[in-house]
Design a protein around this ligand. Structure first.
Ligand code: BG6
Length: 511
């Protein structure tokens, strides 16, 4: 849940979290029979149902071109949940959930099909009591966004932003565009029919429990925030490493690459939370304003920075977890000689008072040694006196690591005495990890959409600030084809990434 509700108020008198009031709502999933729905949306909605976190009066309506009806769509959803839900399917709960599912067959570019959808939704309002409230979830390729938004408008299916009682919201997935210009164009098209307050731009990393916890960690504890400055922090590393290759998503990936796919959205969003000032309040726009400040304070990449501090790579063949993995160029759907990057490492500077002089190192890649996403805050070393006076063996610095996934949690790495008579020191970790499985990001995000809480969604200005930052890198790489370094699948990326760190006298954390 977005953090703009008072946590103390969220406890009822049994000490359990009180449920918010979920408004009646019809959630219309455009492309609801596609891969995103199968992997993420339907399992997330089912888990919300299990927790009693769907509105009592709800309908989930798939609008899509497949030859399906209510019954076969329910079978599709059953399969999706069986394969992808974090908790097993429970027949009694399933029966209740299945009743909320409907299917409306339609083409995204056919006005008559929207009239059918509208009539069906009016029926749903009568039968399920959804009272005209709509969430339009665009689980569709970006090229359809304009068509669908226009058609909804033409069919008179969008309520004005502050219409009494009822709401219309739209949900769009990243990537929003391929660069600043195309992103602005998509945003303009959506803005032609929806107010910013009705638009929910998803970056699912913002719904991950550990990412959401970053603000709590910083602003609900007294021990971290005083140290959270260039005075005490030496540098920060953010790693999002994946074992998987591009697999069936090669056609999309060929037009994206790791910089667009991971850095422009997920990693810069995470960076903006690590770097933000304390917001004035936990209201969505207060949080989003302070995050935006960070993105706008990142020093633009000049030509020389790109050459030295924007490293790209592409995976070659190798072994991942002992299993042979083929090269990116051998994946089905990848163009011969493709120069698309599957790995990126960057060094960024946030040019503001808090962070002046603290480098932020970011890296992400596919077919790396293991799946591990982590933020590591490296604190400055203690003076080279007392326990740190040996010039041949300096003490390791204190590090705060926040594990986004897997094994979600955090650890503070400190120096401690090895028990015994000698004064030997070692680095130990004070480690916290969640005892139970955490909700999937899409559960959190879908619940917030229904509640109308925009805290965890990207505002237009932040999406565009991120593009502004990555555009010069994309342009420079486009102009220098044929130079992409290749790394072995199962490694930690190209040598150039390690050399970039070494030139700064540092090294990537071993994960
Ligand atoms: C998606 C990217 O946004 O995030 C994928 O398009 C990537 O390429 C995925 O694999 C990673 O998400 P997660 O939640 O598995 O870390």
């Amino acid at each position: 849940m977005g953090l703009n509700r008072e946590p103390t108020v969220a406890l009822n008198n049994t000490g359990r979290a009180a449920k918010p009031e979920y408004p009646p709502c019809a959630l219309v999933i455009f492309g609801g029979a596609g891969a995103l729905s199968h992997r993420k949306l339907l399992p997330a909605l089912y888990n919300l149902a299990l927790d009693g976190d769907l509105p009592e009066k709800v309908a989930i309506v798939c609008f899509s071109m497949e030859e399906m009806n209510d019954e076969s769509y329910r079978a599709f959803a059953h399969d999706a949940i069986q394969k992808n839900s974090r908790r097993p399917i429970h027949e009694q709960e399933w029966n209740g959930f299945a009743r909320t599912l409907r299917f409306v067959r339609g083409r995204f570019n056919e006005p008559a099909d929207y009239r059918t959808l509208r009539t069906q939704l009016e029926t749903v309002d009568r039968e399920a009591g959804t009272e005209g409230n709509r969430v339009y979830y665009f689980a569709i390729p970006p090229s359809f966004i304009e068509t669908c938004a226009n058609a909804l408008h033409d069919a008179n299916m969008i309520r004005p932003p502050d219409g009494p009682g009822t709401f219309s919201r739209v949900v769009v997935e990243k990537p929003i565009g391929r660069d600043l210009a195309s992103s602005a164009a998509i945003n303009d098209r959506i803005a032609a029919h929806f107010d910013e307050g009705q638009i929910f731009r998803i970056d699912h990393y913002l719904g991950k429990e550990t990412v959401e916890n970053l603000m709590v960690l910083r602003f609900a504890n007294s021990i971290f925030e005083p140290l959270w400055t260039s005075r005490f922090i030496d540098h920060v590393q953010i790693t999002v490493a994946e074992e998987e290759g591009v697999g069936a998503r090669a056609p999309y990936y060929e037009s994206a690459g790791a910089l667009r796919d991971m850095v422009q959205s997920h990693i810069l969003q995470v960076l903006s939370i690590i770097g933000m000032e304390p917001p004035r309040s936990t209201a969505a726009d207060s949080v989003r304003d302070t995050k935006l400040d960070v993105l706008q304070s990142i020093r633009p990449f000049g030509d020389e920075d790109i050459e030295k501090y924007a490293i790209r790579g592409q995976y070659g063949a190798g072994l991942v977890g002992g299993v042979p993995a083929s090269a990116y160029l051998e994946e089905g759907g990848v163009a011969a000689g493709s120069q698309v990057e599957t790995f990126v490492a960057l060094r960024c500077w946030i040019d503001n008072w808090r962070w002046a002089g603290v480098p932020f190192y970011l890296r992400t890649g596919k077919r790396l040694s293991k799946r591990a996403s982590e933020i590591a805050i490296y604190f400055k070393s203690v003076p080279r006196i007392l326990y740190n006076s040996n010039p041949r063996a300096h003490l390791a610095p204190n590090i705060l690591t926040i594990r986004i996934q897997p094994n979600e949690g955090l650890a503070v790495h400190i120096i401690s005495k090895v028990p015994g008579p000698q004064a030997r020191l070692q680095q130990v970790a004070v480690d916290f990890h969640y005892a139970t499985s955490t909700p999937e990001a899409y559960e959190t995000l879908l619940r917030d959409i229904i509640l109308g809480d925009q805290t965890l969604f990207m505002r237009r200005d932040s999406v565009e600030a991120s593009w502004q930052l990555v555009d010069p890198i994309l342009d420079a790489w486009k102009e220098t084809p044929g130079e992409i370094p290749v790394y072995s699948a199962g490694s930690w990326g190209p040598l150039e990434a390690a050399l970039m760190m070494a030139a700064d006298g540092r090294s990537w954390r071993v994960l």
